[in-house]
Design a protein around this ligand. Structure first.
Ligand code: ADP
Ligand code: ADP
Ligand code: ZN
Length: 214
């Protein structure tokens, strides 16, 4: 099963993608996590991506596509995957279609998690992330058992550099301009499904499982 998660920054794509990946036994591919891991490890890709990310802009399509094409051809992707944060532009979506078509494949579901802009800043200001294992928490909506410590790996929880309110507003603008058009793109392909992302995490996951029909 090949799934794409769509939605504004902070809509809950990562939270739901991890649950889908666990339930269906497919890898969770977050381009944001891959970029952050590269920045942490000081790779060339990380150095190239950092300035765009810190400013709340998108990393150029060419850099993003290079890493995604490499990732989907790895062995663990044979039975599918759930993309979180990719594609984010029409050229990225077209390149993905093209690559899948070459392998006789297509996307099964593009799940759009709908959350109004007003809710996003609150979501982001409380987001805490574990740099060790990628787990995500929220100070109010999804707190860890011990403040500042990851439940899964004991790592330290940090605030992402790009979750400052100014950068969040910038990212929302970029989302509306460059990423939202993908909703129509996947609607036209016939694989779009929309869920109400203002419900709590478990309810949203229930709704997603129902539409995946399993
Ligand atoms: P969020 O989960 O808040 O939507 P992500 O972790 O997906 O944020 O992405 C963080 C940043 O990484 C983005 O603001 C952007 O700079 C960069 N990024 C991630 N995925 C892509 C992509 N597919 N294309 C371009 N830039 C990306
Ligand atoms: P995205 O990947 O779309 O940027 P995340 O999954 O990282 O979004 O979620 C953003 C923040 O909102 C996190 O702190 C997360 O714990 C919290 N969150 C996710 N889903 C919900 C929800 N349904 N209700 C309340 N908070 C949520
Ligand atoms: Zn962790």
């Amino acid at each position: 099963m090949k799934i794409i998660m769509l939605g504004a920054p902070g809509a809950g794509k990562g939270t739901q993608a991890k649950k889908i990946a666990d339930r269906y036994g497919i890898p969770h591919i977050s381009t944001g996590d891959i970029f952050r891991a590269n920045i942490k490890n000081g790779t060339e890709l990380g150095m190239k991506a950092k300035s765009y990310m810190d400013a709340g802009n998108l990393v150029p399509d060419s850099l993003t596509l290079e890493l995604v094409m490499d990732r989907i051809h790895q062995d663990d992707c044979q039975n599918g995957y759930v993309f979180d944060g990719f594609p984010r532009t029409i050229p990225q979506a077209e390149a993905l279609e093209e690559a899948l078509r070459a392998d006789g494949q297509s996307i099964d579901y593009a799940i759009d998690i709908e959350v109004p802009d007003e809710n996003i800043v609150t979501r982001m200001s409380g987001r805490r992330a574990c740099l060790g294992c990628g787990a995500t928490y929220h100070t109010v909506f999804a707190p860890p058992k011990t403040e500042g410590v990851c439940d899964r790996c004991g790592g330290e929880l940090t605030i992402r550099d790009d979750d400052k309110p100014e950068t969040v507003n910038k990212r929302l603008g970029v989302y509306h301009q460059q990423t939202q058009p993908l909703i129509d793109f996947y609607q036209d392909k016939g694989c779009l499904a929309q869920v109400d992302g203002t419900k709590d995490v478990e309810e949203v996951f229930q709704d997603i499982c129902e539409l995946l029909g399993e």
